[in-house]
Design a protein around this ligand. Structure first.
Ligand code: 13P
Length: 287
């Protein structure tokens, strides 16, 4: 079942679970994630960053759509961190059902202006829109962010959502993209999240979902978070396994021999995150 983000997350917020948004960058990742979410009867968000679609090519999205349309679980295909109108229109043309326009490093006024424009186009064709206020930190990830986190201002958040009519808001409450280096311990500002949540009636998105304390991520779901972005926790495990397989088997070169162990490891991470976010079995709520 193919869903847009608005319809998917309305149910999540009502029933206090979150849906993970996994960055998919290869066919093996797509296939493994879909097999596991079918097993778990769990809804999922498959997100693709502009760098990832540049690598994968537009035709990859027909395969993603085919998986979504033939699946028994709700699936959203989402553009992660669209930076330009080109990124957004390319995604809509490719058949995504949700787009992010990230103008968070621009001035507040410019962020509003570009987001409004995206909302106008996307809503014509039933595509949901996510925007970002404040800035996520960055641990050297391809998804970007800033060295210093700028925490989301609740007054701005309330005003921004009213002005732009977006469907979901990504907030900066202490997370960073990428794997945290040793000694850098993230801490989510739950009080700030509560304040933002009290001002908004749309689902909140947590970026930089990898490497945060599980209990804090779970607590965030009680205060409006309906979508948790996860990339590094999956890719690092997947490629560590590929690396090890190739080290252990110097002459191996057939993909159907190289990837299966990495695919299994990836499925374990998917299962872990689905349990953490209380998403297992929640597909039944959509039928
Ligand atoms: P992580 O790599 O920290 O999981 O962040 C992913 C993300 O937020 C994509 O937008």
């Amino acid at each position: 079942m193919l869903y847009n983000m608005k319809d998917l997350l309305k149910v999540a917020n009502e029933h206090q679970f979150a849906v993970p948004a996994f960055n998919i960058s290869s066919f093996d990742m797509l296939k493994s994630i879909m097999e596991e979410v079918e097993n778990l009867n769990a809804p999922v968000i498959l997100e693709i960053h502009p760098d990832e679609i540049e690598y994968l090519g537009n035709d990859f999205v027909s395969i993603v759509r085919s998986y979504a349309l033939n699946s028994k679980v709700p699936v959203v295909i989402h553009l992660d961190h669209g930076a330009t109108l080109y990124d957004v229109t390319r995604a809509i043309r490719n058949g995504y059902t949700s787009v992010m326009i990230d103008a968070s490093t621009k001035s507040y006024e410019d962020n509003i202006e570009i987001t409004k424009k995206v909302v106008e186009y996307a809503h014509y064709v039933g595509v949901s829109v996510e925007a970002e206020l404040g800035t996520i930190g960055n641990n050297g990830s391809a998804e970007g962010g800033t060295n210093e986190i700028i925490y989301t201002d609740p007054d701005q958040a309330e005003h921004f959502v009213k002005e732009t009519n977006i469907d979901t808001l990504a907030v900066a409450i202490g997370t960073s993209h990428g794997l945290y280096p040793k000694g850098k311990q993230p801490k989510l500002n739950i009080d700030l999240l509560k304040e933002i949540h009290s001002r908004l009636s749309i689902p909140i998105v947590l970026h930089g979902g990898s490497g945060n304390p599980d209990n804090e991520v779970q607590e965030s779901i009680l205060h409006g978070v309906g979508k948790v972005n996860l990339s590094s926790d999956l890719k690092s495990v997947f490629f560590e396994e590929v690396r090890q397989t190739l080290i252990d088997n110097k002459n191996m070169y057939e993909p159907n021999e190289v990837y299966p162990k990495a695919n299994s490891k990836l499925k374990e991470v998917v299962k872990y995150k689905m349990n953490l976010l209380n998403t297992v079995g929640k597909s039944s709520l959509y039928i």
